[in-house]
Every structure is written in structure tokens, then in C-alpha cells.
Design a protein. Structure first.
Length: 321
């Protein structure tokens, strides 16, 4: 074992984004330590890596002290429930992983003199009054609303990250992730694309909240991971939005998925959840300028690849019941 090897620790590495990040870092030649307590992560997402000698999985709750033997070069903190269904069901765990988990992950980075990257979110902007949302926007967040457990956990984790950078000199990066989709999303995680796809594939009614005019900007996972990797390798200390500015109303997205599946499902409408943002679009001028990054995968192409994954997943889950 020679000292030129790069060791990267990914917390939440068995999750949707974390597992794709592990893949990318391994493809770049890193040794990857994936830490996950599996409350929303799934070993199925990383099963293909278990034979890889440069990959190690540690089942651990990162709100407790993180011990890693030997050198570490990068710590990427991706551990957190991330969909409304999860964080409404796990409100205290969500707050703890954003606060205590970020503290422990930063402590590891400081001890190892490693670079630290935190997965923040477009939710720090809340229900935005500025559109599209630039990194300089401070947001419009309800700290005591039901979504506050996620929004404020991420806002706090950004503050903690900046404090470690300013006070302890830790080399930090902050990525603000906008809506992302792709293989390895959970069928029942409550987000629009998995919900619409699984409902269409099963011939169930497709549920659209409100009148479906609220928008999201959806980015295919490989594009997002590329942006994150570029940010990790850059020297930008301030937050950077990574997302696809391709903004779409939810009703239109439901119709596109319906058409793609050829399903006979009907679209039905339900009440809009509390504090649900009406609009969402990243201003990615900073990522374009400093990282040379923008999304490449168009929506139809991305939806097809995602649908393929869900089709297999639903076939196997329906045949096993």
C-alpha cells in the first residue's frame, strides 16, 4: 500500500445520491469508505461494489463519533433523509444528522486535514421570493413548519461548515442540490418522479398536488454527480447551485411520464402540502463560470433511463409479493 492513494469517505453512501457518488469516486481511482446506518439507504444500491478491494462499507450512525483508521483526503457528507415522506417520518433523526452528523463529519475532516464537501439543498431557499434562485439569495423558510426539520437542518449544516472553514481552516465545499432523479431512487420515497412512474406502471391513478402548476427543475443523476465532483476538485469555498434549469410544471411532468409508459392511468388532484414551494429553478451562472458545468442529459432521455430502472424494480417487487 503506497501513500499516493486517495481515500474518500462518503456518509450516506448507500443512498440514492451517495451510491452514485461512490461509483464516481471509485471510477476516478479513489479508495472509498461508505458509511450509512441504512435508515433510508439500501445496501442494494452498493451491492455491485462489494467485491471491489478499494471499497469498504461501514454500518454506522454518523451522529456518533466517526473513526477511520489511516489517512483520509476527502469527506463528503451526504447522510440525511432527503424526501418529504422520510423527513416528516424521521424529523428528529433529520435534525440530528444535519447538526450532530455534520459536526462529526467536520471533526473527521479536521482531524485528517481532509477536504470536506457538504450536500446542502435548494430547500435552504424555502418557498422562494426570488426566481431563479442565485446562491446570494438568503431564502424564505418557515423554521417551525413541518418541512423546517429538513430546511433548517441543512441551513445549520451550512453555517457549521463555514464556521469550521473560518475558525479551524478546514477546506470546505458546499453544494446546493436541486431536484435530481435517476436509477436507485426509492419507489415510495414520495417524490414526484418515482411516484408518477410507479403509479403509471401499476395502472393506478397519478396523484398531482394542488393544480399541478407548481414547478420543479429536474436534473439527471449523472449530471449532478459530475457537478459535485467538479466542485470537490475546485477551490470554491462558497455555496454552488448544482441543478438543471429546465423548469417544468408538475402536471406537465405527470403527462410526459404517462405518455412514456403508455399507461391508462388517470391524473387526479390532491391538496398541496404545507409550505410546498411553488417554483424552483437554479441560477447556475456560478457553476457554468467556475466549474465549466451544466446539465447534458435531456429530460426525455433521463426519464427513459429512470423508467427502465423502475420497471425492473416494480416487476421484482410485485412478483415477490
Amino acid at each position: 500500500m503506497h501513500s499516493s492513494k486517495i481515500v474518500s469517505v462518503v456518509t450516506g453512501g448507500a443512498g440514492f445520491l451517495g451510491s452514485h457518488l461512490c461509483d464516481r469516486l471509485l471510477s476516478e481511482g479513489h479508495h472509498v469508505v461508505c458509511i450509512d446506518n441504512l435508515i433510508t439507504g439500501d445496501t442494494a444500491n452498493i451491492a455491485h461494489l462489494f467485491g471491489n478491494e478499494r471499497f469498504q462499507f461501514v454500518k454506522h450512525d454518523v451522529t456518533n463519533y466517526i473513526f477511520i483508521d489511516g489517512p483520509v483526503h476527502n469527506v463528503l457528507h451526504f447522510a440525511s433523509p432527503a424526501s418529504p415522506i422520510d423527513y416528516l417520518k424521521l424529523p428528529i433523526q433529520t435534525l440530528k444528522v444535519g447538526s450532530l452528523g455534520t459536526h462529526k463529519a467536520l471533526g473527521l475532516a479536521m482531524e485528517k486535514k481532509a477536504r470536506f464537501l457538504i450536500a446542502s439543498t435548494s430547500e435552504v431557499y424555502g418557498d422562494p421570493l426570488v426566481h431563479p434562485q442565485p446562491e446570494s439569495y438568503w431564502g424564505n423558510v418557515n423554521p417551525i413548519g413541518s418541512r423546517g426539520v429538513y430546511d433548517e437542518a441543512k441551513r445549520f449544516s451550512e453555517a457549521m461548515t463555514m464556521a469550521y472553514q473560518r475558525y479551524h481552516g478546514v477546506e470546505t465545499r458546499i453544494v446546493r442540490i436541486f431536484n435530481t432523479y435517476g436509477p436507485r431512487m426509492r419507489i415510495n420515497d414520495g417524490r414526484a418522479i418515482p411516484a408518477f412512474m410507479s403509479q403509471a406502471l401499476r395502472g393506478e391513478d397519478i396523484t398531482v398536488f394542488g393544480d399541478g402548476s407548481q414547478t420543479r427543475s429536474v436534473c439527471y443523476v449523472s449530471d449532478l454527480i459530475d457537478g459535485i465532483h467538479r466542485l470537490l476538485m475546485s477551490d470554491i469555498l462558497d455555496p454552488v447551485n448544482i441543478g438543471n434549469p429546465d423548469e417544468i410544471p408538475m402536471l406537465q411532468l405527470a403527462k410526459e411520464i404517462l405518455q412514456l409508459t403508455g399507461s391508462k392511468s388517470k391524473i387526479i388532484f390532491k391538496d398541496l402540502p404545507e409550505d410546498d414551494p411553488k417554483i424552483r429553478q437554479p441560477d447556475i451562472s456560478k457553476a457554468r463560470k467556475y466549474l465549466g458545468w451544466e446539465a447534458k442529459v435531456n429530460r426525455m432521455e433521463g426519464l427513459k433511463m429512470t423508467l427502465e430502472y423502475f420497471r425492473k424494480k416494480i416487476l421484482s417487487s410485485d412478483s415477490s409479493t
